[in-house]
Design a protein around this ligand. Structure first.
Ligand SMILES: [Zn+2]
Length: 46
């Protein structure tokens, strides 16, 4: 499996790249990515 070069930031699967999570009637910041919508750091694995 070849590694893609210039790999973009991995989208946070927890919030699907939105940075926000729907909780009931409210939207809260995704704690997994810190609201960025992207996985923090490339070294972190799921
Ligand atoms: Zn997230």
């Amino acid at each position: 499996m070849p590694k893609p070069s210039g790999k973009p930031k991995a989208k946070c699967k927890n919030c699907e790249g939105k940075g926000l999570l729907k909780v009931g009637n409210n939207k809260v910041r995704c704690q997994r990515c810190g609201g960025t919508g992207f996985k923090p750091g490339s070294t972190e694995r799921d």
